[in-house]
Design a protein around this ligand. Sequence first.
Ligand SMILES: Cc1cc2nc3c(=O)[nH]c(=O)nc-3n(C[C@H](O)[C@H](O)[C@H](O)COP(=O)(O)OP(=O)(O)OC[C@H]3O[C@@H](n4cnc5c(N)ncnc54)[C@H](O)[C@@H]3O)c2cc1C
Length: 407
Amino acid sequence: MKKQLLIIGGGFAGFWSALSAIRQSRELQKGDELEVTVVNMDEYLTIRPRLYEVSLKGLRVGLNKYFKPLGIKFIIGKAEIINPDQNLVMVLTDSGSRILNYDYLILSSGSVLKALNIPGIENTFNVDTFNGAQKLEDHLTQLAGKNFVDSASTFVVAGSGLTGLEVATVIKEKAMKIWGENAQKEIDFKVVLIEKAEKVGNYYATEAQDYVIETLKSKDISIATGVSLTAVSADGATLSDGTFIPSKTVISTIGLVASSLCHFFKGEKDKLGRLHVNKYLQLEEYENVIAAGDVANIPVDNEGNNSLMACQFSMFLGKWAGHNAVNWLFSQPLKPYNYTDYVTCVDLGQQDGMLTTGWERKLVSSGIEGKNIKMEVTTKLIYPADDVEAALEDSYPEVPNVSQNAV
Ligand SMILES: Cc1cc2nc3c(=O)[nH]c(=O)nc-3n(C[C@H](O)[C@H](O)[C@H](O)COP(=O)(O)OP(=O)(O)OC[C@H]3O[C@@H](n4cnc5c(N)ncnc54)[C@H](O)[C@@H]3O)c2cc1C
């Protein structure tokens, strides 16, 4: 009977876990003693970091293109219940529910946009999932059909984290492109960025923060700090200071929390709901469970820094996860996680972007140079190589970057 490795989630962490597991099982010459199964809610690796962009084309990579030739079993469905004491997962699929057994489980179900507990939350839009981004695009297309009249030309963006900055600086361009298809005249779009903190971008070093604020100003984006959303209707947003902003499009980017599947496991969670893992990515209470990607919190250096919800961590954690799961199953030594670099890239709209390095997030590149670096990373480096065997080669934990693969 083959050993069963079950992976929940086919995002960056789950995808690389699966490839790394296949590669490592081949290396140990155990390929025919292992079955790798991935459960994902749809058939795609969604390139979430690009969901704010003007166009949604090329933002999903078909998983079966890789899974089929590598013999990875793929189930489209939603894992609903995990019983880690009995090594069982209940999955809901279009044809009913299924119970899956595992010898080893990799949990890589990612993260979701934080829920805002305010009246009218259902009126907000998001760029958290492909469907969310598509819904926003369809909505803008409808508004364009009615010429973006009155408050339809105002966009409210809640949250000025990396995604909020990207949405705020790109949304006019996106609306303009949609409008452009039937446009006779320019529209004076307005963007209001709402931030609970007293200053936008206070997680950046001073020079980087100054560049962000200057850029927002130069793009005529209004900034409201020290306030939060308290209600949203189809006609606008109400803020905590009582201000009402008439708008048909309120977009929430208030941050991510870990997948609720983390709650099936004993043990303390961090403030984002993530599971703490040891240096091999295992859960302390369950030796045969690894958490990887946005569900995992792992110390990454001796200075108190921990992994973040970001692709650079998810991809590496995935590669380590697959490797260690297979080695554990075949009684081989596990590899301690060892990746300490940290950079951030942000798109700030036409001609503008920024690269920061280190945990202090110091400004390294800005303007068009920063933008080009950001696009190089998100349109090439975070995609798997087109060639399946080349992608497999990239699944070694030590490989610094996946292959260049422009879309
Ligand atoms: C708009 C946006 C911009 C971002 N920008 C950046 C950026 O610039 N740089 C950066 O490094 N990071 C960025 N991130 C974060 C980055 O996208 C995540 O860190 C990364 O996607 C996490 O990878 P993951 O595999 O852990 O989870 P995900 O990519 O979330 O994948 C999880 C997968 O699991 C599936 N799943 C979830 N629950 C279940 C279930 N119950 N059953 C079956 N399948 C399930 C989901 O459908 C999904 O396919 C951004 C995120 C967003 C939303």
